[in-house]
Design a protein around this ligand. Sequence first.
Ligand SMILES: [Zn+2]
Length: 741
Amino acid sequence: MEKKTNHKNNNTNQKVKLNYKKVLLCVACVFVLTAVITCGYVISYMLSFTYGDVAIDLDDYQANQSQTSIIYGYDENGQIFEMQRLHGNENRIYVSLEEISPNIQNAFIALEDARFPKHKGVDWIRFIAVFVKDQLSTGGSSITQQLVKNLTDERDATFVRKFKEICYALNLERNFEKDEILEAYLNTLYLGEGCYGVKTACEVYFGKDPSELNVAEAACIASITKAPYTFNPFVDPAENKKRQERCLDAMLEEGYINKAEYDEAVAYELIFTNSDKYVPDTSDDEEKKPVQEDEGYWSFYVDYIVDCLYDQFMTQYDMTERQATQKIYYGGLKIYAAVDLRVQEILENVYENRKTFPNEAGKEVKVQSAMTIMDYSGRVIAICGQAGEKTENRSLNRASDSPRQPGSSIKPLTAYAPAIEEGIINWSSLILDKAFAYQGKQWPKNYGGSYGSGRSVTVQNALARSLNTVPGRLIYHELGLNKSYRYLTEKFKISTASPENDPAPAPLATGSMHRGITTLEMTAAYAAFGNGGKYYKPYCYYRVTNFDGSTVYFDNTAPEGEQIISRETSEIMCELLQTVTTASEGTGTAYKVKGFPTMAKTGTTTDNYDRWFVGGTPYYVAAVWYGYDLNKSITNTSGNPAGKIFKAVMDDAHSGLATKDFEKSKLVTEKKYCTRTGLLASEKCYSTATGWYSLKKLPATCTSCTGAPPESATDKVQQETTTAAPGSVLDLIGGGLLPGN
Ligand SMILES: [Zn+2]
C-alpha cells in the first residue's frame, strides 16, 4: 500500500511540478504581458496627453487666478489712481514678463531649472538623477513642473501625482511658449509674507517694482522659493544670504553674469523694507511706486464698498459668503469707486476729530453719529459710520448698517409726500393741530408735550414746525396706515421697516419704528425730493471688472431711477422742506448750508435717544443720525447736534462750488394763498402768503373774505374752520373725510 501510495505520490509530485512550471510560465507571461500593456498604456497615455488638447490653459488661468483686488479713485482732475488694495492671505498682482527685470528671470532659471530654455517640459537628466536618489523628492522638478504644481495645487507625494505632473508639464510645453510659461511661473510662486508672484514680493521685501531689481536683490528673491519660510529674509536673513550666494554661483556658472558682476552682487548690502536704512521710493512714477500699505485702517467708504461687493456677489451671482470672499480678496477685481475724496475727507475730518461734538472727555460711553452724503442720482459721495478714531477694517458702519428710529424725519416719507401725491393736501391745506382719540387715549402729543393748539394750521406750517398732530391725522384718517406704510417701503424703499409692527400710527407719524432707518436709506429716499421724484439705488462704485476689464461684474455708469412720486409732488416737497430752514418757525433754520438753498427735516425720538437731520442742497443730499449705541438720552448739547454736524460738513463741502438752484419744471407754480381759508387768494383776502402748487391741482379761489379783517381775526391762521369753504379745509375732527377728497 505504501509503495503504491509512494508511487502515486511520485506521480502526483511530477504532475504538480509540471503544473508549477506551467503556472509559473503563465504567470510570467501574464506579468510580462501586463507590464508591456501597462508600459504601452502609460506611454501611449503620456503621448496622447502630451499631444492632446490643452490641459492647462495659461490664458484662462491668468484670468482666474487669485489676485489682489484694487480699488481705484479719481483725483480732483478726474485722473484715476490706486486708492486701496484688497487682499486676503494671498497678495498677488499679475505682471507681464516685460515688467519683470531680466535679473529676476535669470536668477530663477539659474537656481531652479538651468536647462529650462532647452528642455521640453521635463529636465530628464536632472529628474532621473534625483529620482534614483529619492523617488518622491520635490527636487529635480523643472520650472514647468513647478508651475503645474502651483496651478493644479496637487502636492501629495505619490507616483501617480508625479506622473500626472510630468504629463501636464509636457502638454504645457507643447502648447505654450517658454516666455508664457516663465511669466505664469513668476506670477504664481509663493515667496513668503503672503506674497504670490514677484510683483508683491519685490514690493514687500525691497519696496521696489520688479523692473527695478539688481542682480543681488533678484538672487535674494529667487532664493526664497525653495522654502518660503526658511529662506524668508525677514525671518532669517543669514539663511537667505547663503542661498542667495548659491544662486549667484549658479548665475555665474550659467553665464548670466560675469565674475565682476558676481563679486559686486555678493558684496552688495541688501536693504530690506524692515531695515532702519530703508528709504522709501519718492519717485513721481505712480505706476511703479508701491502703495504704502497698513498706513492705517480702511476708510468707511472702502468698508462700504466691500460690504456692497459681498451683497451683490451673493445676490446677483448666487455666491456663498465664502465664494464672495474668494472673489473680493483673491479675484483680481478692479473696482472704480464713486467716492468724492474731497468730501469724504471733509466728512472724516469732522467725525474723527469729533468737531461740533460735545466734550465728553473722561466719559466711558461716548455719543455716536453717522452720516451719508449722496448726489441725486444714487452716487454715494461720502459715508462715515463712527465718530472718533477708526481702529479696524470693516468696523461697525452705523451709516449703512445701524437702523435707528427716525423721529419726525420720517414724516415727509409717510405723510406729506404721500398725501400731496394722492391729492389729499396741498401747500396751504388747513389741518387741525389737535390730538385725536386713538385706542381710548388722546394721541399724539406735539414736541413739548401738548396735545396741540386746537387751531388749524397750514401744511407748510405743520411741516416746518414739525407738529405731530397733523401727520398723525393725515396718516390715520386720510391716507390710511397701509397706504402710508406702502409709500415708506415700496416707493421710498425703506427696507428695515417691520411689516408686523410698523403699519401703525406712532411708527408712521412720529417715527417710533420697530427697528428704524439707516442714514443711507434715508438719504436715498430724500433724494427723490431734489431730483423730480425719482428713487435711485445707492451705489458706491461705477464699475467692477476682472483684472483686464474683459468681464464686467457690476456697472453703475448709467444709473436708472424709478419715478416714485410725480415731478410736481417732488418739487412741492422740495419747496416745503426748504421752509424748515427759511421760515421763522422752522426747526432747521440754524443749519442752512451757507450760500445754498437747503431743504431739511429734523427728527427727535422719545426720551431724546436719537436726533436726526436730513437735508439737501442742489448739489448733495445727506442724512445725519446722532445718539448713543445703546439707548440713552442725549444730554450735554444744545440745538440739534445732528444739524450741527450736517452744517459743519456741508458748509465745507460746498465751499467753492458754483451757485445753483434746485431745478424746477413748468408743472408747478408759485401762488398767493389766503391764510384764513388756505385757498388761492382773491383781491379781497387781507392775510396772504405764498406757496407752491401743481398746475393740475390748483385750489379754488377764496370767496369768503370781504376785504377787511374782522376785529377778532388777527391770527394768520384761523381759530376755527367752520367758516371755511367746503372742500378747502381738512378739518379732520372725528376722523371723517372732507368732501372733495
Ligand atoms: Zn381769503
